[in-house]
Every structure is written in structure tokens, then in C-alpha cells.
Write a protein that binds this ligand. Sequence first.
Ligand code: HAM
Length: 429
Amino acid sequence: MSQTLQSVRGMNDILPDEAEFWEVFEETVRSWLKSYGYRPIRMPIVEPTPLFKRAIGEVTDIVEKEMYSFEDSLNGEQLTLRPEGTAGCVRAVIQHGLANQIPRRLYYIGQMFRHERPQKGRYRQFHQVGVESIGFAGPDIDAEMILMGARLWDDLGLDGIELQINSLGQPEERAQHRAALIAYFERYQDILDEDAKRRLYTNPLRILDTKNPALQEMCAQAPKLIDYLGAESLAHFEGVQQVLKDAGVPYTVNPRLVRGLDYYNLTVFEWVTDKLGAQGTVCAGGRYDGLVGQLGGKATPACGFAMGVERLIALIKESGGEPAAPAPDVYVVHQGEQASRLAFRVAEGLRDQGIDVLLHCGGGSFKSQMKKADGSGATFAVVIGDDEAATGEAQLKFLREEGAAQLKLKVDDLAEAIIGQLIDSDEEE
Ligand code: HAM
């Protein structure tokens, strides 16, 4: 016998119980995005590899070790499964001239792929809600994006998600800081690990991102970027903080927050929880004023963030959140040839009236069908046998109340009776 095939390691099936939870989550997210004026965009999952190299940076974990890249065997093109959405979104904005209609507020929801070591909260296929605003230069949009996060946690009933912010300044300020960092790290050549040595002259800022405990103390004492920021960058950072203070959103300035992608400048931020173990960052982003120009568009400021859906769903569950289990209003039970034909007509007719119907499929005795009706969570069963079919009638049974009466009704009167009872039971709740 051949071996059963399994999903790829780190890439998960989302089964119906879980997927329903996701849908409720996505509904909340979509209405939250709409309330801030964001519009959807859907980009391909596969993009040309050079897009990510240029956008995210050659000397980053994502580009160096985590991309699923392959050659298209038909035309030799180098392609990559997207590890994130900002690069593709900006590519699409440039390609379709959307940048000429700036300012733009866009969002996407979808799969991303990174070849990381799978663990709780870290997967090789994961989902992000990405939010991008193109064409705004001031600190107001950075701050609004952060406030958006605070509101969503509230809408989702989550608390204890802490906000960390930092400013990465502008490229020339970072260049001065970089020179100081290199000089500093050169004094510690003997303790630098392989990764740090390799990054010393290519991307020394990334050394601060190290997970190696032996380097933590040295990194803590390293020159701080904030000390190299000029007046304009500091004013931008102040502007963001002012709005956060006015809105009463608590935050911590974390000078070591450098992010794992190279396109950022000025404001960067992360929302972090301690309830998910090591993978506690549920949302992260910042300003990326250079990216549109770098990818061939007209220089345009931009800012954005992305949330990890798996992590947020885990946090909602951890906080005792229950998905609203969607149940049909009606389960249609039927037996006999005439009854089955009528059952189809009844089910479609009820749906025409906006009633959610599960039509029993697969036959079986009345008793076993009634069990399924009960298990479905439906409020009513509509029961049709050949006797009822002959007179164009059906039994309406209320499933959620012990000993409730069973009504025999003309099938054309079912919708009215069901809607009436649904309204009554809503009022009682
Ligand atoms: P990122 O920090 O790489 O940023 O990812 C954003 C979020 O995606 C993380 O905070 C985390 O919640 C989730 N995430 C990342 N990797 C994984 C993984 N392997 N498994 C599960 N969840 C994961 C970006 O991707 C930027 N594009 C964000 C952005 C948008 N910046 C500006 N605009």
C-alpha cells in the first residue's frame, strides 16, 4: 500500500472548526479596516525573486536563508513564494500607476512563506493582514496606524499587548551610526559569532538583532542610533509620540528595535505579548519612504504594518475567546422519493427568504437524520415524508426547546412561520 501523503512541514491545514474561527476574525478585521478607509488589494503569491532581494535587502535572514525560491522550469525565470506582502504591494502600486493617485490606503490578507524552523507561532506558511499607506509623509499616519492596532485589540477583546516604538532615522543618519557601530564591534572581534562577523561590514545594525545570549551585553552597550538623529527625524518621532500620548496609548521606546527587513526609515513599531512564548510579536511595521523609489517608482513616502494571523488567533483563544459557531436556521429532514424532491424545493425557497438551510444529504432513517439535525445546531428541523409530500405539507419542529410543539404547515407558509419564530426568539434573548 502506498504511504499516505502529509502536508509540508510547517504548513498547516486549517480545518472547519478552526476556519470558522478565522472567518469571524477576518470579518472583524475587514470592518475595522473599512472604518479607517482602507481598500483591499490582492497580489500574486509568487513574485520575481529580485523584487524581494531589492526590497527586503540582500543581507537579511529572510533573503539569505528563508525564501522559497525556484527557477521556472519553462522559461528559466527566478521566482519566489512571497515571504511578506509589502514588496509585492509596492510593485503593484508602481506597475498600475496607483502611486499617481496617492494618497492610498491599502490592505491585503493572505499566505506568506518563510523557510524558518517551525515551532509554536512560527510556521513556514503563515498568514498576514498587511496594511499599507502610500503617499503620506508626516508622523500623523504613522501614529494613526499605531492607534489602529490599539483599537483592533480592543475590538478583539485582547489586552496586555504592549507597544514598542523606535526611530531608525534617515539613511545618512544611519550611515554615521553605522560607522560608529563598526568601530565599536571591531573592538569585540574575539567574541563575535560567525553571523556577526559576516555582518560586521555588510549590515552591522543587524548584529543588534542577534539572538545569541553571549552578544547581548555587548549589544546593549553599543552606540545608539537615536543619538545620531538630526532635528527633523527627532521632530517626526516626537510627532508620533505626541499623538500616542494624546490618545492615551501606552508605549515603550526600544532603541534596539531594528526590524528584520531593510526598507524601514524613521518610525518602526512592534506590538508584543508575553502570552505566546517566544513568538510574541503579533504585529509589526513602520515607515519605508525609500521603497517606492528603490523599486523604480517616483519617490513617494509610505508606511505600513502586518499582523500574524496565526499568532492573533492563538492569543484570542488563550484569552478565552470563543468563535461564534455558525449554525443553520433550519435542517431539512426528508425520506422517500417525492419527499426528497419537495425537500430541494423547500430548501431553495427558504434560502430565497434569507434563511440558512442545511439540506440533509445521504439518506438514512428519520431517526438518524433527526440526530444530525440536532447536532448541526439548527434552530428548526423541517421534516418531510411522502405523506406530507402528497399534500404539499411539512412538519416544523423547534429543536432548541424540550417538548416544543410540532406544527404541520403548508410548505409555502414555512418561511413566514420560521422568520416569525426567529424574531421572537431573538427578542427573548
Ligand atoms: P514582519 O515583522 O516580518 O514584517 O512580519 C509581520 C508579522 O508577521 C510578525 O510580527 C508576525 O506576527 C508574523 N510572522 C512573521 N513571520 C512569521 C512566521 N514564520 N510564522 C507566523 N507568523 C509570522 C513584515 O512582514 C512587513 N511586511 C510588515 C510591514 C508592512 N511593514 C510595512 N508594511
